[in-house]
Ligand binder design. Structure first.
Ligand code: MG
Length: 170
């Protein structure tokens, strides 16, 4: 059985993952207005991935006989400036999520909830990948000054991303 403090924190994380999905969906729409269909597609897949994260917490709470409580999701911005600015906001958001996952790990340790701590390790690893992949895109954008033929090629490259539910890998 999940302890109340852990259950509450995991429920809050479901909200954060759903907010992330909503944020990236908004960024996908905004990318269309920038004329960057590849970035729009990348963002949409990012949004889908966040839903799988929310679901992983959702299923875990039930596995532990806990109660899922869904609360209101905050509104998101609809304008994100330049493409570089938008990816900087993605990186900042992922850093915020990494912090949040770390705090969950802290709570699991405090409560000696080793099962939850073990489940959370998947997210710790996932966040390293999330931050690295966004930093990689930011580096590429800087290399080409986020314009012209270089930007066109980056957009083409990002269009090749496919959706994989990697929460099912373990
Ligand atoms: Mg996530």
């Amino acid at each position: 059985m999940l302890k109340e403090k852990m259950e509450k924190a995991l429920n809050e994380q479901i909200n954060k993952e759903l907010f992330s999905s909503y944020l990236y969906l908004s960024m996908s729409a905004y990318s269309q207005t920038l004329g960057l269909p590849g970035v729009a597609s990348w963002m949409k897949i990012q949004a889908q991935e966040e839903l799988t994260h929310a679901n992983k917490f959702f299923d875990y709470i039930h596995e532990r006989n806990g109660k899922v409580t869904l609360t209101a999701i905050d509104a998101v911005d609809n304008e994100f400036g330049s493409v570089t600015n938008m990816f900087k906001k993605v990186l900042e958001h992922e850093q915020f999520v990494s912090e949040s996952i770390n705090k969950l790990v802290d709570i699991s340790i405090e409560l000696s909830d080793h099962a939850t701590r073990s489940m959370l390790m998947w997210f710790v690893d996932e966040q390293v990948e999330e931050e690295a992949s966004v930093q990689d895109i930011l580096d590429q954008l800087a290399m080409v000054d986020a314009k012209g033929h270089g930007l066109f090629m980056i957009d083409k490259d990002l269009s090749t991303r496919t959706f994989v539910d990697n929460t099912q890998a373990k």
